[in-house]
Design a protein around this ligand. Sequence first.
Ligand code: PEP
Length: 248
Amino acid sequence: MAVVAGNWKMNHGPEAARAFFAELDLDDVSEEHEIVVFPTDLSLGTAVAAAPTRVSIGVQNVHPEDSGAFTGATSAALAAEAGARYALVGHSERRHLFGETDEETERKVAAALRHGLTPVLCVGETLDERRAGRVEDVVLRQLDAVLETLADGGARFLLAYEPVWAIGTGETATPADASAAHATLRGRLRTRLAGANDVPILYGGSVKPDNAAELLGADEVDGVLVGGASLDAASFAQIARAVDGGGV
Ligand code: PEP
């Protein structure tokens, strides 16, 4: 099975969310594949109500605390109550635009696990880090910061390798680059988890209908996390149709 996830970022209010799910046609996509959509918090309730049962809904971010005086934030507890099943944690935009640290990422993973949300931990290097030959260092540092929490949580989780230079830029990692980074992550998981081979590792970074099959066919790539191309129901469905032939 493979996982196809869409991150709408700060797009699609409730009306657009309703229209997206009315148009989304997954009839040709085998039921064994997992489809997840991450709408904005404002569209979460609409997405939960409008999405077909085979599509799970997640939040793009959670606050480490469960409740309290944190104006503008969403807790994992509230997201779970509103029907979310997944939580993105450590997306590169949270790390690089909002200054989220590895330590905060770990606390967010713990919060998601406390409330039964499946965390999708995002890791990835910047262009400078890649040019300096530091891909392994960076992705392992980001994974190591949360690995104990993930492993000891005993619950299911996903990883997403998203090279920062490939997000929203039209640049895509080659399938070989993606496989190499995924193999590094898988190797680290194996040192800590009996079920390491069952952890889906998604690739994200300018995935489009025309490159999805190739990326999904790469070794160790178990799915894709799609940003821009997930906003359009037809292109998201086309990417989901590309999973047959790739994935775990
Ligand atoms: C993302 O936001 O996780 C992402 C991969 O974006 P895009 O597909 O637009 O590069």
